[in-house]
Design a binder for this molecule. Structure first.
Ligand SMILES: Cc1cc2nc3c(=O)[nH]c(=O)nc-3n(C[C@H](O)[C@H](O)[C@H](O)COP(=O)(O)O)c2cc1C
Length: 152
């Protein structure tokens, strides 16, 4: 089993309606192929985590990489894994209005032990997507942990 984490930039025509169409198709396809993962989007920045059986994952990623609905596809991390991190999700999606939910979800599904490559990728993603929110990103995961003090 394998995991790929990549970042990309949405094409201008990947608007809300097209995004939900894409997600629906991706979920149906992933369910059939046993692939799972999470997709985050903040403005045009996208981060996808995709996991599954190696050859199905690699084949699907090659299609995704060439998809004109996004560009600047950059693999952040790729590695073998023993089991899926988010096995119940054919493709869970969070946009920038749901960052808190995204972090809560990523944490809860792993009982607070988000694998390091995922944590690093998500931190980097939010740091770049919200470059002006200095000082927020290092605390993202801590803030989302149920035991943490609430920020207000
Ligand atoms: C940001 C992004 C994420 C995508 N994620 C998936 C995915 O998780 N699974 C999938 O099958 N297709 C995904 N796609 C769509 C694929 O690029 C492709 O359209 C789809 O696999 C159908 O390919 P086909 O027409 O060759 O069958 C994604 C596309 C984009 C732009």
């Amino acid at each position: 089993m394998r995991r790929i984490i990549y970042r990309s930039l949405a094409s201008p025509d990947l608007d809300r309606a097209e995004m939900f169409r894409l997600l629906y198709q991706a979920r149906v396809a992933n369910e059939a192929k046993g692939l799972t993962g999470v997709l985050l989007r903040a403005d045009d920045h996208m981060l996808q985590l995709l996991e599954g059986e190696t050859w199905k994952l690699v084949a699907t990623f090659e299609t995704i990489r060439r998809d004109p609905r996004h560009r600047h596809v950059e693999v952040i991390d790729e590695r073998s894994i023993a089991q899926a991190t988010y096995p119940a999700c054919p493709m869970r999606y969070f946009d920038s209005l749901h960052i808190a939910e995204a972090l809560k979800f990523l944490n809860e599904q792993t009982q607070g032990h988000v694998p390091r490559p995922i944590e690093d990728a998500v931190r980097g993603f939010f740091a770049d997507a919200f470059a002006d929110a200095d000082g927020v990103s290092p605390l993202l995961f801590e803030a989302a942990r149920p035991s943490s003090a609430r920020p207000c």
